[in-house]
Design a protein around this ligand. Sequence first.
Ligand SMILES: O=c1[nH]c(=O)c2[nH]c(=O)[nH]c2[nH]1
Length: 293
Amino acid sequence: MSFTLGANQYGKAGIRLVSVERDGDRHFVTDFTVATALAGRLDDTHYTGDNSAVLATDTQKNTVYAFAREYGVGEPEAFGLRLARHFVKTQEPIYHARIRIEQHTWERLAPHGEPAPHSFVRSGGETRRAEVIVTEEHDVSVSSGLGDLTVLNTTNSEFHGFPRDKYTTLPETRERMLATSVEAWWDHSSEDVDWGKSYADARDALVTAFASTYSLSLQQTLFSMGSHVLRKCPSVDEIRLSLPNKHHNLVDLTPFGLDNPNQVYVAPTEPYGLIQGTVHRERELPSAGPQLW
Ligand SMILES: O=c1[nH]c(=O)c2[nH]c(=O)[nH]c2[nH]1
């Protein structure tokens, strides 16, 4: 019996890069987790262990740190583009480089309302994300995203009109909490983008849509969030959203002789609904960026 090597890639994951820019006493922190993934003419290492085409993952990791010093880190999309281009340009066997970056936020502390020059607090669990792919034919794809953006509406959410079969017990509701932890990826149609502004606009569109949509289903909220991003960000072609329904259920307090006028909730973590969807402009090509499922 003989077997053939299929699709493969390799790289270094979990490259923790923290960079401090110093403007006199005032410091600026950028905190990335970077993952590299290279693909190319790599049959030999798999079939025979001939490593002559294998740029060591250790070298890939070193390149990330060296580039941070040589060029600065800047926006994750731009840093990823520089790295991906470097690997494809300098390594003849490598025809596809993918760089994924997750950015962790440090917020400046402000004791007594005074912004501290060099003291920070890690804010929430939310992360900004970017993925860049460069091929040897110089095809470039840039996607931006975010994860763990946890949001909650304490009202303006209903869920009713769904089919009832013999297994249905869920009551219809005209008043519920709606909470989710947003994971989203959106693709850019161009590289000529102010990445920082585009990210801020997209995030703002997501939270604005979540807060302002009177929701009859999380699916409806998903479409509204995606549409807001496409409306606000001209360079974005498609957005993919993954929205776990973080259920908040009213607790029945009648056994204790108490009413519960939408005040006391239980928030079970599992099981949870998982609502996922894509929103895109009219177009023919399917998406190229990171998939959510
Ligand atoms: O917004 C919702 N969408 C669903 O598909 C669903 N299913 C469910 O049990 N609760 C909800 N809520």
